[in-house]
Design a protein around this ligand. Structure first.
Ligand code: KG4
Ligand code: ZN
Length: 338
């Protein structure tokens, strides 16, 4: 089989998106159907795991059918079946895994379980067909904040990560205290555009000198304290200034550490991945920093930043090429390490 013709079906159900995609040669998206449950979970202010699983179950068959139809292929044309094996919500992951196993077994095709975060990084291979490792990856999502030295398609070294909250989690919590609702990140991003990022000097948390780790629980508390203090003093709060100042404090640290990590590892390419890579301030600041340091910057379009199955198909393609195939006893790993 010519590698460029290899067709991979990808399935992603780790959180609240039911997504199925068909990718050719690891790089070309033939279909990428994403059924979001945002409207369903919005009323609860966050994802309710049991409800997410039930909806995955309802959505799975129609989403698979649409992905095949849009790509103009049938199960018989698929060469590899890729699926997210973790991390994520266990009940949600299991729906995707059971579906992928059934397809692989019935059509006698290899099954490849992939790490959700490898998928996020791989979204960049779809968006930038010329991009090749090595590079420094900054993964910023709802569950992860990591700096990773991507040495090859299947060699990843984690350089640092968050010691408490993930950055997306901090966005979601700040959105909640500002009354912006779920999902918080895009709402904070939007509101921040109308605010002054220098209005409130929230502390930048760098941890020990040279550390590539992060901590975001402090800033979340600082935002809550600021709001309470203003309320006690009966002074007005400008939510746009709070959003902009919070965002700037977080992004200053993320950008500085990314550039530092790239220098330390001798990488001149920085690749951003995950839901928070959709953030407009992060994109602007990182563009500027990369330019100032003669580095190349890559990030996916918005639709490939957040959860989708095309990125999972791409990751499965490269895992398969590296000789990795999962058995039909593949399990879900809610806390899977990178
Ligand atoms: O990667 P993702 O879709 O799911 C996980 O694997 O976690 O990331 C979701 C996270 C949420 O916390 C969401 O609030 C955040 O990404 N997010 C953003 C933006 N768009 C999504 N955060 C900041 N600015 C955005 N524009
Ligand atoms: Zn994700």
């Amino acid at each position: 089989m010519n590698e460029k013709e290899l067709l991979t079906l990808g399935i992603e159900t780790s959180c609240d998106e039911t997504s199925v995609a068909v990718v050719r040669g690891g790089r070309e998206i033939l279909s990428n159907v994403i059924s979001s449950q945002i409207e369903i979970h919005k009323v609860f202010g966050g994802v309710v795991p049991e409800i997410a699983s039930r909806h995955h179950l309802d959505n799975m068959n129609p989403v698979i059918a649409e992905a095949l139809e849009t790509a103009g292929v049938t199960f018989a044309d698929i060469d590899v079946v890729g699926v997210t094996k973790g991390p994520g919500l266990v009940g949600a992951l299991l729906i995707g895994i059971a579906s992928a196993k059934a397809i692989a077994y019935a059509s006698k095709k290899p099954l490849v379980g992939v790490h959700h975060i490898h998928g996020h990084i791989c979204a960049n291979y779809l968006a930038h067909p010329q991009l090749e490792p090595p590079f420094l990856a900054l993964v910023v999502s709802g569950g992860h904040t990591n700096l990773i030295d991507v040495k090859s398609y299947d060699e990843y070294e984690v350089l640092g990560g968050t010691r408490d909250d993930a950055v997306g989690e901090a966005f979601d919590k700040v959105a909640r205290v500002l009354g912006l609702g779920y999902p918080g990140g895009p709402n904070v991003d939007k509101l921040a555009r109308e605010g002054n990022p220098a209005a409130i000097p929230f502390k930048r948390v760098y941890l020990e000198k040279d550390s590539l780790d992060f901590s975001f629980s402090g800033i979340k508390t600082a935002v809550i304290n600021y709001i309470h203090t203003q309320e006690q003093k009966k002074e007005a709060i400008n939510p746009a200034d709070v959003a902009a100042s919070f965002q700037m404090a977080v992004m200053d640290v993320i950008v500085d550490k990314s550039i530092y990590a790239a220098r330390q590892t001798g990488n001149h390419k920085i690749v951003m991945a995950g839901g928070v890579a959709a953030n407009s301030m992060l994109r602007e600041k990182m563009e500027q920093a990369a330019k100032n340091n003669n580095m190349e910057l890559y990030y996916p379009p918005l639709i490939l930043c957040t959860d989708n199955a095309a990125m999972i198909a791409c990751a499965a393609h490269y895992r398969y090429k590296a000789g990795e195939v999962s058995g039909l006893d593949l399990d879900a790993y809610p806390g899977l390490k990178i």
